[in-house]
Design a protein around this ligand. Structure first.
Ligand code: PGA
Length: 249
C-alpha cells in the first residue's frame, strides 16, 4: 500500500485579520519545525499573501477557502483559480458544509470547481459529510456516495489521486461533538471504497477527518488506518493548539 503523507489543515473560516494571521504564523513555525506532515493554512482571501510570504522555505502550504469555477467573468465577489495561483496559493477548500448550507454551493458547481482547481495546479480539498438527520436515518453512506459521485464526476481516474477529501460530519462541526474514532474510520474506509469503485488509485488519496478535532482527541483519530489527517476549525485559531494537533499526526 502506498504511504500517504499526513495532512493537517487549519480552516480559519472568517477569522483573522492580516496582522493576526502574521502573528499566528510567526508563533506557529518554530513549533512545527520538525514535522514530516503537510501543514496547510486556509486563511480568508485577504490574509492569503501574509501567510504565503511567511511560509516560504517551511512545511506550510496555503489554501483558499473557496473559488469560482470560471477563470474570469462577470461574477461579482468571486475569485478564480488563476488569481489564487498568482498569489502562490497551492490548494483550495471546496464544498465546505458552511458554503453548501449558507451560500447554496451545489454539487453541480463543485463538479466544475474540482477539475478547474486541478487544471490550474491547485490541490482541491473537497469536503463531504452527512447531516445529523441523515446519520440517524442510516443514510450516511448514501449521502456520501451521492456527493462523491456528483462532485468528482469531471475528474479522471488518475487525477483523482491529487484530490484530498475531507470527511466532515455536519453534526460534528463546531459543536464539540466529535465522531468516535471508530465511526470516523468506518466512514472514511467507506469513502475509500467508493473511490476504488471509480477506478481511482484509492490507496493514494488522502482522506482527512474534520469536526471538533482538538489536541485532546487528535492522536486517537489520526491513529486510525484510513484517516490521513485533519481539517481543523476552532482549534486551528490558536497556534499552540494547532501545533499540538500537528504533533499528534
Ligand atoms: P471545527 O470545524 O473543528 O470547529 O468543528 C471544522 C471545519 O469546519 O472544518
Amino acid at each position: 500500500m502506498p504511504s500517504r503523507t499526513p495532512c493537517i489543515a487549519a480552516n480559519w473560516k472568517m477569522h483573522k485579520t492580516v496582522a493576526e494571521a502574521g502573528q499566528f504564523v510567526d508563533a506557529l513555525l518554530p513549533q512545527i519545525a520538525a514535522t514530516q506532515s503537510d501543514v496547510v493554512i486556509c486563511p480568508p482571501f485577504t490574509a492569503l499573501t501574509a501567510v504565503v510570504e511567511r511560509r516560504y522555505g517551511t512545511a506550510v502550504k496555503v489554501a483558499a477557502q473557496n473559488m469560482h469555477e470560471e477563470d474570469s467573468g462577470a461574477f461579482t465577489g468571486e475569485v478564480s483559480a488563476s488569481m489564487l495561483v498568482e498569489l502562490d496559493v497551492e490548494a483550495v477548500v471546496l464544498g465546505h458544509s458552511e458554503r453548501r448550507q449558507y451560500f447554496n454551493e451545489s454539487d453541480e458547481a463543485l463538479a466544475r470547481k474540482v477539475p478547474a482547481a486541478l487544471a490550474a495546479g491547485l490541490e482541491p480539498i473537497l469536503c463531504v459529510g452527512e447531516s445529523e438527520q441523515a446519520r440517524d436515518a442510516e443514510q450516511t453512506e448514501a449521502v456520501l456516495e451521492r456527493q462523491l459521485q456528483a462532485d468528482l464526476a469531471g475528474v479522471e481516474g488518475t487525477a483523482l489521486s491529487q484530490v484530498v477529501i475531507a470527511y466532515e460530519p455536519i453534526w460534528a462541526i463546531g459543536t464539540g461533538r466529535t465522531a468516535t474514532p471508530r465511526q470516523a474510520q468506518e466512514t472514511i474506509a467507506f469513502i475509500r471504497d467508493v473511490l476504488r469503485e471509480r477506478g481511482a488509485a484509492a490507496d493514494e488519496v488522502r482522506i482527512l477527518y474534520g469536526g471538533s478535532v482538538k489536541p485532546g482527541n487528535a492522536a486517537e483519530l489520526l491513529g486510525q488506518p484510513d484517516i490521513d489527517g485533519a481539517l481543523v476549525g476552532g482549534a486551528s485559531l490558536d497556534p499552540g493548539d494547532f501545533a499540538a494537533i500537528v504533533a499528534a499526526a
